[in-house]
Design a protein. Structure first.
Length: 251
């Protein structure tokens, strides 16, 4: 069950090594003592055991950045939801644009991964968002609507109960150009309304985060919006001081 507090997720992407991770997590733990936020650290698969050993028994949770859509079997290179649970993961990022573009993940694939995570008690963090061309063409709601509706069509609106959707405009990821609070709020309202159209109760329990060049400066305004339930943070999660400041911006 997701608590009512805002959630800040660190996405380390393909960064880190044993020594750097230890240093970063020790600083996180030092700086994030008393907080109003849920903090989650999503690490590359090989470091799940390490992060578990550091964060077990603390108020920080951890997760992965992808999961297989299959239960188990002959799927070389894949990692199952049950394996993530074995290492104490509670969250998994699904459908990040860096994956869907580089590995041609379809909306159907992403939907199956989303349900697989749920079935195994992981909280899926579904990434949705439009490209710059799509925003300039004014079709961003159609694009995000299609990404959400694939899950609704295959599994029903109830699938979104107690899950997380992260609005990540592709033009804002890693570019230093974050969406304005107005742009993010408008899309967050659209996302909640879309899910409410399929299931009111699921929409009420859904958290909607913003991701895309979040930094300590823009976090204050973004995280003060009632429509924004938290943030997914890439680059600034690799700098403990910046990540701590972002977490401290949660009102
Ligand atoms: C991300 O990893 O989803 C992300 C938003 O990255 P950045 O904060 O670097 O834009």
């Amino acid at each position: 069950q997701i608590s009512g507090r805002k959630t800040i997720i660190a996405n380390w992407k393909m960064h880190g090594n044993l020594a750097r991770n230890q240093h970063l997590v020790e600083k996180y733990l030092d700086g994030l003592q008393s907080l109003h936020a849920n903090v989650v650290v999503c690490v590359p698969y090989p470091y799940l055991a390490q992060i578990q050993s550091f964060l077990q028994g603390t108020h920080l949770a951890w997760g992965a950045q992808n999961v297989a859509k299959f239960e188990e079997g002959a799927y070389t290179g894949e990692v199952s939801a049950e394996m993530l649970r074995d290492f104490g993961a509670q969250y998994v990022i699904i459908g990040h644009s860096e994956r869907s573009t580089a590995y041609c993940e379809s909306d159907e694939n992403i939907a199956e991964k989303f349900m697989m995570a749920k079935r195994h008690g992981l909280t899926p963090v579904l990434c949705v968002g439009e490209t710059l061309l799509e925003r300039e063409a004014g079709v961003m709601e159609r694009v995000v609507g299609r990404q959400l509706e694939t899950i609704v069509r295959l599994f029903g609106g109830e699938a979104f109960a107690d899950t997380i959707v992260s609005y990540e405009p592709i033009w804002a990821i890693g570019t230093g150009l974050a969406a304005t609070a107005e742009q993010a709020v408008a899309m967050h309202q659209f996302i909640r309304d879309t899910i409410a159209g399929a299931s009111k109760s699921a929409a009420a329990s859904l958290k909607i985060l913003y991701g895309g060049s979040v930094n300590p400066q823009n976090a204050i305004q973004l995280l003060h919006q009632k429509e924004i339930d938290g943030a997914l943070v890439g680059r600034c999660s690799l700098e403990a001081g910046q990540f701590i400041k972002i977490c401290q911006s949660v009102p």
